[in-house]
Design a protein around this ligand. Structure first.
Ligand SMILES: [Zn+2]
Length: 594
């Protein structure tokens, strides 16, 4: 991390100068003279100024600016080159943006940061689209890691397995017969175990399914190695050796660096991080925290317990500043469309015997939402099927009727399908639509598994960003990393085009739901800040807000939308500190330099 504000800067401002003795006034003027145009324009010098920039502020009252000034980690002025010049004192650091586009730093509103961090050191088969290719990679990884007791990884997608759309242990047994292997599907909802892993977990043909998961069996009743939903995967995960605290800290440091390099300054954790708040706190005390964290805890069925409520209250009391905050609660109402675990109002089109099921008893879920809302907790509800989305909206609506707490901004996470009748309810209720644009990426998984599962009519309401926004709903965007890449830029492009990188399907997948570049940027900045109750201090570049910003290598407003995914971040600043700078990017210059 490069720190431009390490040393407390001497403060000189006009007020002090007026009351100073004559001699010190002369000295002060001599020092200030080279950096300042006219004595009459002297403002209190900034710690740093960013100049020669094309700043898209996301502030509706002043959308564009050329320069900005930073003091104490916050923005003190945003305006023209001439306006910002008067904030330049002798010790002011000057960052020359070289005419590049500058945006507020991005927030990822839905992430599993610890899982993602650990995945950086494991097998990733996201880019492999054949069984043989996955086998090859697993074999190579196992050979390169002979001492790993378990082979762990993630990233396979359902379409790889053809019509079955589910993995089988035999493919892994062929390449790793002697050690357990567990590979998480790209969406985190289905796992793939080999025979050794099933054995280690004690899973046999007689093992019963957990309440909200499924051990898939073949025609002969043998487990196939496919495990649906966390509850089933947990049977294996509980026997996997856990990383040490130091390994986790190291993984977090590496992941924060990757996040900053992608332009991220804040994340909203949607699960898996609550247990590690103290690790984040340790990194903060060591001055190594370069990403802001808003962390939810997962409440699992069958009901909210007093112990959980206390845990949430304690975390919120301890962590509530602009770097680490608790205060959000995550619920999973259903699974995913690909494995028929998303809860649908009508049966699946490809298999009418299934319609998914809710993970929660609706009454118990509504009761938990109402109780947590009454305590002022914000709710994140995972809801992918239209039935789950409706239940989340119903629960929020009835909670708002009963509580005196206002402006809760509860959220529905994902919303991959929705009933036409529910679209306008986001705006009406003030519920946030927290969506992950790259999930709509129209590849084989989306077009050949996801869409046929729900059929053509419901596919017309796939990821309805435009419709929700047009009816007054707030959008907040994220990645769901490690489900998809940490980088927001492929997501930005998908929100604009709804086409693959290769331009298919021509004209876009449900193209009426595309949104504009300002809408997409807002989804990752001011909309994201709003979705985390931080819009007063974050999300746009305006005086009084934190100095969290990014400098980009290309001007998104001037390039074709299908080039957006190539965007590189040249510089990332969090709270006035440069936390990432591309090796070939010139700024920041020395203190006081032109
Ligand atoms: Zn997620």
């Amino acid at each position: 991390m490069e720190t431009i504000l390490e040393q407390p800067q001497p403060r000189r401002h006009a007020g002090q100068l007026c009351s100073a003795r004559k001699l010190s006034l002369l000295i002060a003027l001599a020092i200030l003279a080279p950096a300042l145009p006219l004595a009459g324009q002297v403002a209190q010098p900034a710690d740093a100024v960013l100049v020669h920039a094309r700043i898209y502020t996301v502030n509706a009252r002043q959308p564009w600016a050329e320069a900005l000034a930073i003091r104490g980690g916050n923005l003190v002025a945003v305006g023209t080159e001439a306006e910002i010049r008067k904030y330049r004192g002798p010790s002011t650091r000057v960052i020359d943006a070289g005419g590049r586009l500058v945006l507020p730093g991005f927030t990822d509103c839905h992430i599993h940061f610890m899982d993602g961090s650990l995945s950086l050191e494991r097998i990733n088969v996201e880019d492999v689209k054949t069984i043989a290719g996955i086998q090859q990679r697993v074999k190579e990884f196992a050979a390169a890691h002979p001492r790993d007791p378990w082979i762990l990884g993630r990233g396979w997608s359902y379409d790889v397995f053809g019509k079955a759309a589910l993995p089988d242990k035999k493919y892994l047994d062929e390449v790793v017969p002697d050690r357990p292997v567990l590979l998480e599907g790209y969406d985190g909802h289905t796992y793939w175990a080999n025979s050794k892993a099933l054995q280690a977990a004690g899973i046999t043909r007689n093992t019963p399914d957990p309440p909200t998961g499924k051990i898939v069996h073949d025609a002969q009743g043998e487990p196939t190695g496919a495990l649906k939903e966390d509850a089933a995967a947990e049977l294996v995960q509980r026997v996997v050796p856990q990383p040490t605290r130091e390994e986790r800290l190291q993984a977090l440091r590496q992941a924060m660096a990757a996040a900053n390099k992608s332009g991220l300054v804040r994340v909203h954790s949607a699960g898996g991080d609550f247990a590690y708040l103290d690790l984040l706190d340790q990194l903060r005390r060591q001055g190594q925290l370069t990403v802001r964290f808003y962390v939810s805890d997962i409440v699992r069925p069958p009901e909210l317990t007093t112990a959980e409520t206390n845990k949430l209250e304690n975390a919120r009391a301890k962590y509530h500043d602009q770097w680490i905050s608790g205060g959000a609660v995550k619920f999973f109402l259903d699974g995913v469309v690909e494995s028929h675990t998303a809860a649908m109002l009508q049966p699946y089109t490809d298999d009418p015997s299934q319609s998914g099921k809710l993970f929660w008893d609706p009454a118990k879920y509504k009761q938990a939402v109402a109780e947590l809302n009454a305590r002022g907790f914000q709710i994140f509800t995972h809801a992918i099927g239209d039935r789950a989305v409706r239940l989340a909206l119903d629960a929020y609506q009835s909670s708002y009727q009963s509580t005196t707490v206002k402006d809760l901004r509860d959220r529905v996470e994902h919303i991959e399908t929705i009933s036409a009748a529910d679209i306008t309810r986001f705006g009406q209720l003030g519920v946030i639509a927290s969506m992950q644009p790259l999930h709509a990426y129209p590849d084989a998984d989306t077009l050949k598994v996801w869409s046929p599962n729900i059929g053509p009519e419901r596919t017309t309401r796939a990821w309805v960003w435009h419709s929700i926004a047009a009816s007054g709903g707030h959008l907040a965007f994220g990645s769901d990393w490690p489900v998809v890449t940490l980088s927001p830029w492929p997501g930005v492009q998908t929100a604009l085009t709804r086409e693959t990188a290769e331009g298919t399907p021509a004209g876009g997948f449900v193209p009426t739901e595309r949104i504009t570049l300002p809408q997409v940027i807002a989804g990752y900045t001011l909309g994201a800040a709003y979705a985390g109750h931080r819009e007063k201090t974050e999300g746009s570049l305006e005086p009084g807000k934190v100095a969290d910003l990014i400098v980009l290598n290309q001007d998104l407003f001037k390039i074709p939308a299908n080039q957006t995914d190539k965007t590189m971040v040249l510089l990332t600043m969090v709270g006035g500190k440069v936390v990432y700078r591309a090796p070939d990017f010139a700024g920041p210059a020395a203190a006081g330099a032109k």
